[in-house]
Design a protein around this ligand. Structure first.
Ligand SMILES: [Fe+2]
Length: 182
């Protein structure tokens, strides 16, 4: 498995002309994802830390381009990374908005951690899940069917939160303060 190291990920963000605020968002998503990953590993869940790091940093790699093209940035981000020799990272990036399958594995996965971490960061602030999801509904809903799909994702993400935190000794609302302590 090829995983770009952190330094290379940060260079890729710059090479893709990612605006500063999306870079800050990506770095904070990475911090949240690593807080959860380290705690989950400590609780005996086998997770690949470098894979989480790269996937979190690169999850919005085609986002700024998508504003002009209207492309589905999670899908094209996944393709972009697969084309550059990082299919496993691409596999997770492709699922950062909606997971391919919810709770298919017994233990939490890297894709679940990155997907959830992104839903806890609004711009460059750690927020409760409900705040981020309300923003997504308000900003991105295109049709009633799209709203229904997003509401389904919302309820699945609430279950995902319960699943992740069932392994952890801290609660979802402590994430912000724990990140500041690291
Ligand atoms: Fe995104």
């Amino acid at each position: 498995m090829q995983i770009p190291p952190r330094k290379e990920c940060l260079k890729m963000l710059v090479d893709m002309h990612m605006p500063e605020h999306i870079q800050d968002h990506s770095k904070l998503v990475c911090k949240v994802a690593l807080l959860l990953t380290d705690a989950l590993i400590g609780a005996g869940v086998p997770l690949n830390r470098p894979l989480v790091t790269a996937s979190a940093l690169l999850h919005d790699i085609t986002k700024s381009r998508s504003f002009a093209t209207g492309e589905n940035h999670s899908h094209t981000g996944g393709e972009y990374l697969a084309d550059r020799g990082f299919p496993e990272v691409g596999h997770i990036v492709r699922q950062h908005v909606v997971l391919d399958a919810y709770f298919a594995d017994e233990a939490p996965t890297e894709a679940e951690v990155v997907n959830y971490a992104d839903k806890r960061v609004l711009h460059d602030n750690v927020v409760p899940l409900a705040d981020r999801m309300a923003y997504i509904l308000q900003r991105y809903v295109k049709t009633p069917a799209h709203r229904k799909m997003l509401e389904h994702v919302w309820s699945q993400t609430e279950k995902l939160e319960q699943r992740l935190f069932s392994h952890l000794s801290f609660s979802p609302w402590q994430v912000g303060e724990l990140i500041d302590d690291r």
